[in-house]
Design a binder for this molecule. Sequence first.
Ligand code: CDP
Length: 241
Amino acid sequence: MSADGTRQSAPVVIAIDGPAASGKSSTAHWVASVLRYRHVDSGALYRAATAAALRTRTAADQWTEELVLDAARAVTLSPRDTSFAPCIDGKDVETEIRGTEVTRFVSKVAQMPLVRAWVNRLVQSTAARHDVVVDGRDMGTAVFPDATLKVFLIADPWERARRRLTQHLGRRPTDAEVAEETDRLVHRDAQDATQTVQARDAVLIDTTYLTQPEQVDRIVALARAVTQRGNETSPVDATNG
Ligand code: CDP
C-alpha cells in the first residue's frame, strides 16, 4: 500500500482447495488472520444459495438454475474482522448454512453453471479489493489460475469424518458415527469430483497426521516465501509494499 492507502501492486491471492471436510475453511481463516489478509469461503456462498433456495419452499427436485439464482440474489457477503459473513436479506446465516438440509442439497446447486458463475464473480470482485485467502474446490484452477500461492489439502476420509463430527458434536464421536459420516463424505466427494481439481502448480498437503497449527504454519511459511520472492523480482512493488 502507498502512503495514501491506495494499492500499488496486485492483491495477493492464496487459494486453498480440497475435498469435503479437509479443513480448508478453518485453515484459510487462521492463515488469513496471521497474514492480516481477508478470508473468503466460496463454499459458504454455495451453501447460502442453497439455504435461500430452501426458503422458497419449492421441492428440491423442482429447483431450476433460474430459481436458485433468483433466490441467491438475497445473498451478500458482509465484512467482519478478517473474513466475510454470508447473509440472506442482510442477516448472518453462518449457522443455518452448516445444517444437514443445506449439506444434503448443496452439491446439486454447485452443479449449476449459472450458480458457479455467480459465486466466481462475487469471489473475484472481493479479491480485487483485498489480499485474500480463498478456499473451495476450484479456486486455484477455474477461479484464480494465476493465484500467488495454491495449496491442495487432503486427508484420510475417516480422519476428515472424525474431525467434522468432533467439531459438530463437541465430543468424541463413536466409531459407528464416524463410519456413517465417512460414508456421507465419500458420497459428497464423488458428487463434487468434477470441480475438485488440484492445480498442476498447487502444493499438496496431507493433513491426516498434522495438527491444525502445523498445517497453518506450513501455509504461512509458503505464503511468506512466495510473496518475498515476488518482492525480490519486482523492485517497484518492493519499494511500494
Ligand atoms: O466445508 P465442506 O468441505 O463440507 O464444504 P464447503 O467448502 O462448505 O462446500 C460446500 C459444497 O459447495 C461442496 O460440497 C461443493 O458441492 C460446493 N463447492 C463447489 O462446488 N466449489 C467450491 N469452490 C466450493 C464449494
